[in-house]
Design a protein around this ligand. Sequence first.
Ligand code: ZN
Length: 279
Amino acid sequence: MNPEELGSNNKNGISGFYANGYTNGTSNGSASVVSGRSSGVALGLIDDVDLDTGDMPLPALLPESEKLPRFSSLGYRLFDANGNAVLTNDEREEMKRLAEEKMGELFDILRIDRNDPNSRETPNRLAKMWVDEIFRGRYEAPPKCTVFPNRKNVEELVISKGIGVMSVCSHHWQTISGTCAIGYIPGEYVIGLSKLTRIVDWFGRRGQIQEELGEQIASYLVELLKPKAVIVVIKSRHYCMIARGVNSEEDKALMITTAVRGSIAQNEAMRSEFLTLIS
Ligand SMILES: [Zn+2]
């Protein structure tokens, strides 16, 4: 990671980026306990999948001259849709105020008459919704996660499944909704299962692509738990493929991704045990 990215996220220098690999989707799962790493993407039951990226070149390939500013017009540091920088209440209130104003402008552009009582307060609702709910994980500190010593030296898979995933895709800002299953083999620590739900939610409440969401969760658990292995499987529906684009059927369009760290990556038996248990 570029050390520059560890700095303050705003002009006041109030809050900074986290340095442990969850500022964006490109973390490297570097804890020493876990070495292997693999991941995969499977697209279930979709015939001709068009993962619409808008045909834009990847940002990394953009020449310097074509790059967009890294700071907002107010001087705030910008960061990836699935990154995190903790904001103060005042900063969030300012953000909502400004977003409401711009949402109102968008309504004008789309020629929506806000004398219609159903639309009157919608810019305000949208501003609150994006800052306080849908993008909440971008601006909030990580959930408090107490870990406990693995006193009995548990060396078997610990699995939590059916964890709700609610997110939006970075490409279209459409809902991603599904479930996540997490398995880990404890190393030094174990964790309460409800905390896994909070961690998934914290990463989900951002602009995401599913592949990176799974990677972020896996890397975070490696840092937090120092486990022998971690596997994260996400199955979800992407409404950018249902409400628009290829118009996939809602009950059939499933995207399945896995992110794996440590011994499960090499151990086929353990991997299939996990997949059987979560199915
Ligand atoms: Zn999308």
